[in-house]
Design a protein around this ligand. Structure first.
Ligand code: MEV
Length: 438
């Protein structure tokens, strides 16, 4: 069946209709549908088995980004996020990329790095040579504790050494185990492997092993996405398409050269990435740590994306970052909604998930810098802010839209005004729809 994620007016439908549409898309059962709508799903009993001292669960909105076309395949993308505008903005951006053929992506093999810190060495360089000379036997030893990952074709891929000749605690040798974790994020597998290797490393080098832990700078496990937006798609009443392309490229270069801007630019990228990472039950702190370390890999913190004008005058963007995401293990299977997020995405492949997530990051970035470089973001944001105030003031259902409409029209977006409007408009039957993503 060919199906399109280009669903015009998705935002205009009721929550129930949207949920049903996504349910049909993914072939969800009635119970799974209930999980999506928060009627069932993660409960305190399950939470108790996830963390210590659990006292309950904490819910966040789950939205769907539409319009994603990645390597010619359509995706509806689940996103968990508390910030308004993000899902609407990324859906709009994905629609623009779609006009240019969608995203083209690639990714590395799922190679994680495990680190072993060796101290008290007489000669760090000599110890490094010894470790390298025993590479094959160390890799074979690591695979002995690899369990199902090794049975599925993963396991040790390389041993590397990083001698550090000077530090405040003396010289040390860092041994890296490169390990293919297949469709798992792989933290447990890699930590088990490096703990297992430590005694052998001590025996070979005569040193003392201190830390044995994975690195979250997973720069062997990157995902990339690239896409084009025809200049005509960026034209507006205030700006020609070519002008918008130029302003967006200038915004991108600003983030490349200035760490202050790069931080905010990358925060916008992570708005999209984290939302998918959370929806799929992955460790977003690990992804955040890796992304920012990668952004600073050359000594100056810079942008994770690049924007340029191609020979035809159209806008092109690309992104590359470490994305150690799993589709098995961890919370991906324990959290009922995480499994459903993967079902909606229609993949069980960790690499495919990473590539979709990179595309979301690029789209989110485009949405932000396009708004910033053209009309500014406050106009759209204020409407969403008004929605939050209306709800905080006690509005629900269709009254929210009318309170928002009134506040925007008056240019008076404050909680006090929202409270007054809730009282005034509650008895007024006129309905005003609110804007959203197309
Ligand atoms: C807000 O959550 C994200 C932005 O600040 C990102 C950016 O400035 O590029 C809009």
């Amino acid at each position: 069946m060919t199906r399109s994620s280009r669903i015009s007016g998705f935002y205009k439908r009721s929550l129930k209709e949207r949920s049903q549409l996504v349910g049909e898309w993914a072939g969800l059962t009635p119970h799974e549908q209930d999980v999506l709508e928060g009627l069932s799903g993660l409960n305190a009993g399950q939470a108790e088995h996830m963390i210590e001292n659990a006292i309950g669960v904490y819910a966040l909105p789950l939205g769907i980004a539409t319009n994603f076309l990645v390597n010619g395949k359509d995706y509806l993308v689940p996103m968990v996020i508390e910030e308004p505008s993000v899902v609407a903005a990324v859906s709009n951006a994905a629609r623009l990329f779609r006009e240019g053929g969608g995203f083209i992506t690639s990714s590395d093999e799922p190679i994680m790095i495990g680190q072993i810190q060796v101290l008290d060495l007489v000669d760090v360089n000599a110890a490094a040579e010894i470790v390298l000379a025993h590479k094959a036997e160390l890799m074979a030893e690591a695979d002995k504790v690899g369990g199902s990952i090794v049975r599925h074709g993963g396991g040790a891929r390389d041993i590397q050494v990083r001698p550090i000749l000077n530090s405040s605690v003396g010289p040390m040798l860092i041994v890296h185990l490169l390990y293919d974790t297949q469709d798992a994020m792989g933290a447990n597998a890699i930590n088990t492997a490096v703990e297992h290797l430590a005694p052998q490393i001590e025996m070979l080098t005569g040193g003392r092993v201190n830390l044995r832990i994975l690195s979250n700078l997973t720069d062997q496990r990157k995902a990339r996405a690239e896409g084009m937006i025809p200049a005509r798609e960026l034209a507006s009443d205030h700006m020609r398409g070519e002008e918008a392309v130029q302003s967006i490229v200038e915004a991108g270069v600003f983030a490349e050269v200035d760490p202050y801007r790069a931080t905010t630019h990358n925060k916008g990228i992570m708005n999209g990435i984290d939302a998918v990472v959370i929806a799929t039950g992955n460790d977003w702190r690990a992804i955040e740590a890796g992304a920012h370390a990668y952004a600073a890999r050359n000594g100056q913190y810079t942008s994770l994306s690049k924007w340029w004008q191609d020979a035809d005058g159209n806008l092109r963007g690309s992104i590359e970052l470490p994305l150690a995401l799993g589709t098995v293990g961890g919370a991906t299977k324990v959290h009922p909604a995480a499994g459903l997020a993967l079902k909606i995405l229609g993949t069980q492949s960790a690499r495919e998930l990473a590539e979709i997530t990179a595309s979301v990051g690029l789209a989110q970035n485009l949405a932000a810098i396009k708004a910033l470089a053209t009309e500014g973001i406050q106009r759209g944001h204020m409407r969403m802010h008004a929605r939050q105030l209306a709800v905080a003031a006690g509005a629900s259902g269709e009254l929210v839209g009318r309170v928002v409409q009134a506040m925007v029209k008056e240019g008076n977006i404050r909680l006090e005004r929202a409270k007054v409007l809730v009282l005034e408009l509650a008895s007024n039957p006129v309905y005003n729809p609110v804007a959203g993503a197309d």
